[in-house]
Write a protein of this length. Structure first.
Length: 430
């Protein structure tokens, strides 16, 4: 009897111990109060700092700030942490801004390993333990894709496609992403860069090169500078002293201003009334923004990135294919090509985005979730917003394919027709 009691005590103790240990590994559910506090924190920072409320209202007729109470009700209805995460992203999606969203565990991990400058690094590091919890939540919900390395998600297919369309005449290079695997010392990027360089060298005597970034959602500017502009920089001859200037407006909220002062210490001296295009700005923009940032470079300034890259000797004409999916850093490349004449833009208007800095981030205090958002409005020389206009092609063609499975082939044929038309014009043939 004593033995049975002893065994029962051991069994009960073991059961309690195992349950306790198991519970320690179970993600803790946020309370309704904690969820609302996180939402209020996010809402208030966006209210004073987010850059595109004006454009969203103008383009989509949607006043995001006016829906605060409806958003809170949506948060209150969430039954668990995952529903809370999804609700936040659904709320942010109404801004129609791909830079503004809650990071999933895979994207968080990539940024944590890739960003090595303050203050972003410090903000991300504070959420390391929180994102271990969120990783378990996503895995428990069988959403493995949200946990997967962000870089690997962009490499589900061959990232670089290089082929000849017409032997001796037209070459084609498609790049799906400019993302660099910094967290793996750029191992894949170096392979892709070599592939691109070898291909460009093999077609250096061709009269035409098509570079397709119509499905490229961005990444890092180092990619297109080193892998494309470096080998083809003979196409920049004659514009070495050309100055490229970009101006971004800042709302004036303390959160973003304090982040930007790490890079622009005298930011508060740059009030928007000093801008030469100040009178061109809409009244709503004048009332909502206080400061501006300027990035100014000449083509020579880019040489520091390119000095060790031998040009391949290509002197033909470059067409850059762009579309609605072209975004972020891919947009930067499109703007560079347009301003320098490096390539003729063909396709459709791109989707515009924010300023020259990377999107800002905030950390929600209870959940530890990281929210990305645009804290700067990039403006065009005529005072309009780049978020609204995007990059406009030099030659517009319809990008919607007759057969979605043959999209790239159809676009190649359309560009060949454009080339033939341009050749006929040069010959005086109508």
């Amino acid at each position: 009897m004593i033995t049975l009691v002893f065994l029962a005590i051991i069994f009960l103790g073991t059961h309690i111990f195992l349950n306790t240990q198991l519970n320690l590994w179970q993600p803790k559910e946020l309370s309704e109060k904690q969820k609302i506090e996180d939402f209020e924190y996010m809402y208030n920072i966006l209210k004073d700092n987010y850059a595109h409320f004006y454009e969203v209202k103008k383009m989509y007729g949607y006043d995001w700030l006016a829906y605060k109470e409806q958003f809170k009700e949506k948060i209150k209805k969430t039954k668990n942490n995952l529903e809370f995460y999804n609700a936040l992203n659904e709320i942010l999606s109404k801004l129609h801004d791909r830079h503004t969203h809650v990071l999933d565990p895979g994207t968080y991990k990539y940024l944590l390993q890739s960003l090595n400058y303050k203050p972003y690094e410090d903000i991300l590091k504070k959420s390391e333990s929180s994102y271990k919890m969120w990783e378990k939540i996503f895995k428990n919900a069988y959403q493995e894709g949200s946990v997967e390395d962000h870089f690997l998600r962009t490499r589900k297919r061959e990232n670089v496609v290089a082929e000849v369309i017409e032997p001796g005449k037209v070459a084609y290079l498609k790049i799906y992403s400019f993302l660099i695997d910094y967290h793996k010392e750029g191992e894949e990027y170096k392979k892709e860069r070599k592939k691109i360089y070898d291909f460009l060298r093999s077609i250096k005597d061709y009269p035409y090169l098509i570079i397709d970034i119509s499905d490229n959602k961005g990444g890092d500017g180092q990619y297109w500078l080193e892998a494309i502009v470096g080998p083809l920089r003979d196409n920049l001859k004659g514009v070495e002293n050309l100055s490229i200037e970009e101006i971004s407006l800042v709302r004036g909220g303390d959160y973003v201003v304090e982040i930007l002062e790490n890079f622009v210490p005298d930011l508060r001296n740059n009030t928007i009334d000093k801008l030469p295009m100040y009178n061109l700005l809409p009244m709503e923009v004048k009332e909502s923004f206080r400061y501006y940032l300027t990035m100014k470079n000449t083509i020579k300034d880019f040489e520091k990135y390119l000095k060790d890259i031998e040009p391949v000797g290509f002197n033909g004409k470059i067409f850059l294919l762009i579309g609605r999916a072209t975004y972020s850093t891919a947009n930067d490349f499109a703007k560079f090509c347009k301003k320098t004449g490096f390539a003729t833009l063909i396709g459709e208007r791109t989707t515009g985005d924010g300023g020259w800095c990377m999107p800002d981030i905030m950390r929600l205090p209870n959940s530890g979730l990281i929210v990305r958002f645009d804290g700067e409005m990039l403006i065009n020389q005529d005072g309009t917003s780049y978020f609204e206009t995007g990059t406009i092609p030099d030659i517009e063609i319809k990008m919607i394919p007759k057969n979605p499975f043959e999209k790239d082939e159809e676009l190649k044929q359309k560009i060949l027709q454009v080339i033939k038309s341009l050749e006929n014009e040069e010959k005086g043939i109508k």
